[in-house]
Design a binder for this molecule. Structure first.
Ligand SMILES: [Zn+2]
Length: 580
């Protein structure tokens, strides 16, 4: 497997895609290069910090001169780009021109012969105006094409292959195509035809297609959303589950003299000041830019547009690292009412999907920026857990310092939840947190016995840790005020929570790795409680439910079991060897 998941936030994730020409940090965007018209050269792009580019095999294939040159030199020399290159399969041209005169195997072999890092199996695009019958035919052909090519994929050439998901806006077909495509041994997937909806700013429909595809695909594979290149839409699509993007927008807009910004576009002529600090905008004045001869002006505008796009992608990754992606989505969604509409719609419609993917607790306070924030997964999940465990939607007093009920900044003075006003002692507080965290009323009483010593910070007055008979059971983490089990706490938890709840199951080699290297690689995970969400505290056990260690789940349970790269659990306390 070529993809490693690093971290979750909102419905998105941070990852690394490993290719023959190096690593790509995801989410990432591939600027599309037209070999016939290099507005910005691939070499310049590499120097600007572009990680990965995409070009079209149809254009190269149809032009004997280009074709010959590429076959002779290989794609990387031909384009003069040192990083990874994705080669598109020409299906879009099929879509636009009615048909192309190559078949799936011919296109597969051609792609392979020019040695890209990522190839795309030939699909049959479902156009937005097709009947259901015709759309069904497109997924049938797309799947048949993929099945024909798969036996010819060779590990030796190191090319990663993408299986495209078609079905248009027939969401049942999208789901079916995603499920079937997931069964094939491919590296990536792409959502085929959102382009018409993107042009119409119908972001709701794109979100529907994206979520349905993502939810039905193998969880450990990255998903590429074709054609979504407007910078201000990227945070939303990442938050809904896309890992990879491509776009020719930087060049198409430059041709129309459009100056992109992270919050909307302006025509160059309409500007009175430059509103960007990129190398183009700091080397030229607006007047100089306006007066340049058209070719150079187009090139510089394209460069500026690219800087804006890749900077937004970097910003998205940084916001994920800080657990703040929703806040960026919120800001960008106010660029256009259609995007805001899609955000509010998706938060409500895909609540369950998002609750499964978003972090259990976050390092940063929850920013309540609008009434619709009540649909955000951190709040909706916490409140439904309170209701399930305590039988009422009132948040118990014992949770008053626990995320998200305390780590909270709001634009109004009214709290979006009802907090119980009752005096509680320290023991009641930690037991309530345990009930909430391990989803069962009364479990706190079992795992934190009477007589437990509750240590308090002298500086803050907050609870720091829980000891029993001089053994450290739990630490209360400062930023989210949840229980972090130590190995002794893990032992008590194991006795009180039935298998396989709150468990990650490691293979024999996994146990060896935990003992020797204090880590649990993904390939050694053989089971995981399906009810867990990223960020929850877990018990790491072997197949016979012997406790090996305690830790924190970083992936979704599905990803943890399927992934073969990365470290789905952060291992903390490890049991003494003789007890394993
Ligand atoms: Zn600029």
């Amino acid at each position: 497997m070529s993809f490693e998941i690093l971290q979750h936030d909102a419905g998105g994730r941070l990852g690394i895609l490993y290719t023959r020409h190096g690593k790509v940090e995801t989410p990432a965007i591939c600027p599309v290069i037209n070999p016939n018209k290099l507005v910005v050269t691939p070499k310049e792009m590499f120097e600007m910090g572009v990680q990965i580019v995409m070009t079209n095999s149809y254009i190269i294939y149809k032009d004997p001169e280009l074709r010959d040159k590429t076959l002779r030199k290989g794609l990387h020399d031909f384009l003069d780009f040192k990083g990874p290159i994705v080669i598109d399969n020409g299906a879009y041209q099929w879509h636009v021109y009615g048909s192309i005169d190559v078949d799936a195997l011919e296109m597969f072999n051609f792609q392979r012969s020019i040695r890209p890092d990522i190839g795309i199996l030939l699909d049959y695009p479902t156009s937005h105006d097709m009947s259901k019958e015709k759309a069904t035919e497109t997924i049938k052909v797309t799947l048949e094409n993929a099945r024909k090519c798969v036996p010819l994929i060779s590990k030796e050439d190191g090319i990663l292959w993408t299986g495209v998901i078609q079905g248009g806006y027939f969401l049942d077909l999208v789901a079916k195509c995603a499920k079937e495509m997931s069964k094939l041994p491919l590296d990536l997937h792409a959502l085929g035809e959102p382009v018409q909806f993107l042009i119409e700013y119908d972001f709701k429909k794109v979100a529907d297609m994206l979520v349905v595809a993502r939810a039905n695909l193998r969880a450990d594979r990255p998903l590429h959303l074709f054609g979504a290149g407007l910078p201000w839409t990227l945070p939303f699509f990442v938050a809904m589950g896309a890992d990879l993007f491509d776009s020719a927008a930087y060049a198409l807009y430059a041709k129309r003299r459009v100056y992109m910004t992270p919050a909307g576009n302006f025509t160059l002529d309409s500007l009175t000041e430059l509103i960007c600090e990129c190398p183009v905008c700091t080397s030229y004045t607006l007047n100089e830019l306006k007066k340049l001869e058209p070719e150079l002006q187009e090139k510089l505008l394209a460069k500026h547009n690219l800087y804006v796009t890749i900077t937004e992608m970097r910003r998205i990754r940084e916001y994920i690292r800080h657990n703040r992606l929703w806040e960026l989505v919120h800001v960008r969604a106010h660029t256009h009412p259609q995007l805001l509409k899609a955000l509010v719609y998706s938060l409500r419609k895909y609540r369950k999907y998002l609750e499964k993917r978003d972090l259990f607790t976050k390092r940063r306070a929850f920013f309540w920026l609008d009434d619709f924030c009540k649909y955000r997964p951190e709040i909706s999940r916490a409140l439904s857990r309170v209701k399930k465990v305590f039988g009422s939607s009132t948040v118990p007093s014992g949770l008053r310092y626990t995320y998200p009920f305390y780590q909270f900044e709001s634009y109004t003075d009214k709290l979006p939840f009802k907090l119980e006003r009752k005096k509680v002692n320290k023991l009641e507080i930690v037991r309530t947190i345990a009930d909430y965290q391990f989803k069962k009323k009364g479990i706190g009483e079992k795992i934190i016995p009477n007589g437990a010593e509750i240590a308090v910070s002298k500086k803050t007055g907050r609870i720091r840790s829980i000891l029993y008979e001089e053994k450290l059971l739990f630490v209360l983490r400062a930023y989210d005020y949840i229980l972090i089990p130590q190995i002794e706490g893990g032992k008590i938890l194991k006795e009180n929570i039935p298998f396989p709840r709150f468990r990650v199951i490691a293979s024999k080699r996994g146990i060896k790795s935990i003992i020797e290297r204090k880590c649990l690689p993904a390939k050694y995970i053989i089971g995981c409680d399906k009810e867990l969400v990223p960020g929850e505290q877990v018990l790491i056990v072997d197949e016979t439910d012997d406790l090996i260690a305690v830790g924190e789940l970083k992936f979704t349970p599905e990803e943890a079991v399927l992934a073969t790269r990365g470290f789905p659990v952060k291992v903390r306390g490890i049991a003494e060897e003789e007890t394993i």
